[in-house]
Structures are given as structure tokens and as C-alpha cells.
Design a protein around this ligand. Structure first.
Ligand code: CP
Length: 305
């Protein structure tokens, strides 16, 4: 039995295969309509979500399966003090596969120790978000046509932005990658990511506090929201929340084929006027997320078509 806790739980070859399956689902969705018949996905979301939870549920329903779960801790027995370990032990008797989001870093590792069915990390605190990375990789595959030789700018909250951490891990396995880390001093990339996946691998990188100074060099600009829910005080959040706002003026400085990605939700960091720029990929990215989650569910349930 396989879980997906960290994006590196999947090899590069397995990710290529998931993208191949997701592309096939895009081309021929009818082929996949019944493949998860009588299978149940449980979505255990201890933290708010729109895309991840609904795309997981839509993915399972599109495969002919069924879904159950909760969308907030307060409507589960976590509110009465039940542990993740006990909840997972119970739910693995009710479902064939579990997608779990939790505010505490490492909670999915605890879940993996107590489950009898595959567990998928749907985001753990400020740590990792591997299925967002699957969406990101399919976006890069479709929009850039390659994973090698890309200069990737990651902008905003690199400290708490779990999507950034997982994407850096994933992209660090390809050739010719350069990272440009754009953040305020207070929201710099944590050393557990920078050391292991950039410095120790000898990947060229640059740090900047200015998006304007570096945008012209980028093939991909990955914007992120400042993660209000991880701040200890409101004052710091208010001071940092609008550090970067991508506007149509700034887009004029970028390459004609640079793409803009964002895991969403967006708050202020991308002006809505940018949405009409063909280089803005973030809404397409959400659809790729559903397709990759369909491919992942099939893989973890060992269903081949
Ligand atoms: N990208 C992402 O995780 O969005 P949600 O928080 O809406 O699931």
C-alpha cells in the first residue's frame, strides 16, 4: 500500500506516468467514468479549502466512486479531542482512500502510521502540499512543454507557503533549473528547504526583495498569498500582506512566454486585470489539479485502464 505524504514519494517516472494518464482522461473522460465504482474517498479537512477538497471530491465522482468526510475540524470529533491517529484508524474502515488536510506539520505522517488504506497529504501546515505540486507540474508540462532548463521565480510568502516547498523539491530533480526567491526578509524560504533541495544539490539560486528587478529573467513566475492563518500577530500580517502585487504594468517587463502560476486562493497579489493576459495560467492550473488527482487516486488504488 502506498501513501502520498511528500512529492518525493513519487519518482520522476511515476510523475510522468500520472501526467500521461491525466492527459488521457482529458482526451477520453468516458473511458474512466466507472473505474472507481463502489470505491469511497474520505476527505478529512481540518483546515479550510475550496480547490483541494472539491477537486478531490469531483475527481472521485468523475471516476464513478463516492465521497464522504468533513470540511472543518469543528464538525468532527476532533472538536471533542479525538486524535488524528484514532480518527484515521476509524475512517480507514469506512473508506478505500483518504485525503487529509491538517494545520499541524507532520500530521499526515501520523496518519500514515495508523491507516489501513492509502493516505494523501492534502496540505500540512506550513510544510508540504504534494497534490498542488502535481497540478503545478501538469501546468508546466502543458504551458512550457518541458521541466528542464527553466528559471523559476517564487514570489511572496516563501516561509509558510507549503506549495512553494513542495514545488522546489519536485523541480530540484530536473536539469538546468535555476530558482529566484523573491520575498520580504521576514518571509524567506526556510532553511530545511533551501539547504536540502537547493544548496546541497548545487542548484543556482538568487534571492531578491524586488519582483521588478528579476521578473525579466523568469520563465515561470509562481506567485503566492501571504498566509494570514500562520501569523502570530495581525500587525505583522498587515505590514507584509501587500509586499508584492503583480500588475499589467509589471507584466510588460516579463518575457513574452513567461507564465504566471498561483496555487490560489488569491487575495491582492495578482491584479484581476492580469487574468486576461494569456500568460496567466492559474485558472487552468486548477483544472489540471482535478485531472492529476484522478490519476493519483487510480494509482494509489492500483486501478489500471
Ligand atoms: N491551492 C489550494 O490548496 O487551495 P485551497 O486551499 O482552496 O484548497
Amino acid at each position: 500500500m502506498r501513501n502520498l505524504i511528500n512529492i518525493l514519494d513519487l519518482s520522476v517516472e511515476e510523475i510522468d506516468e500520472l501526467i500521461r494518464v491525466a492527459d488521457d482522461i482529458l482526451e477520453q473522460p468516458e473511458k474512466y467514468r466507472e473505474v472507481c465504482r463502489h470505491r469511497i474517498l474520505a476527505t478529512l479537512f481540518y483546515e479550510p479549502s475550496t480547490r483541494t477538497r472539491l477537486s478531490f471530491e469531483s475527481a472521485m465522482l468523475s471516476l464513478g466512486g463516492e465521497v464522504l468526510g468533513f470540511s472543518e475540524a469543528s464538525s468532527s470529533s476532533a472538536a471533542k479531542g479525538e486524535s488524528v491517529a484514532d480518527t484515521i484508524a476509524i475512517v480507514s474502515g469506512y473508506a478505500d482512500i483518504i485525503a487529509m488536510r491538517h494545520p499541524k506539520e507532520g500530521a499526515p505522517i501520523v496518519a500514515a502510521r495508523h491507516t489501513r488504506v492509502p493516505v494523501i497529504n492534502a496540505g500540512d501546515g506550513g510544510h508540504y502540499h504534494p497534490t498542488q505540486t502535481l497540478a503545478d507540474l501538469m501546468t508546466i508540462h502543458h504551458e512550457k512543454g518541458r521541466f528542464d532548463n527553466l528559471t523559476i521565480g517564487l514570489c511572496g510568502d516563501l516561509k509558510f507557503g507549503r506549495t512553494v516547498h513542495s514545488l522546489i523539491e519536485a523541480m530540484s530533480r530536473y536539469e538546468g533549473i535555476k530558482f529566484v526567491l523573491i520575498s520580504p526578509e521576514e518571509l524567506k524560504l526556510p532553511s530545511f528547504v533551501k539547504k536540502e533541495y537547493i544548496k546541497d544539490k548545487g542548484i543556482p539560486y538568487r534571492q531578491s526583495t524586488s519582483l521588478d528587478e528579476v521578473i525579466a529573467d523568469l520563465d515561470i513566475l509562481y506567485m503566492t498569498r501571504v498566509q494570514k492563518e500562520r501569523f502570530f500577530n495581525e500587525e505583522d500580517y498587515l505590514r507584509l500582506k501587500d509586499s508584492y502585487i503583480l500588475t499589467t504594468e509589471k507584466m510588460k517587463l516579463a518575457k513574452e512566454d513567461m507564465i504566471v502560476m498561483h496555487p490560489l486562493p488569491r487575495v491582492n497579489e495578482i491584479s484581476t486585470a492580469v487574468d486576461d493576459d494569456p500568460r496567466a495560467c492559474y485558472f487552468r492550473q486548477t483544472y489540471y489539479g482535478k485531472l492529476m488527482r484522478m490519476a493519483l487516486i487510480m494509482k494509489l488504488l492500483e486501478i489500471q485502464v
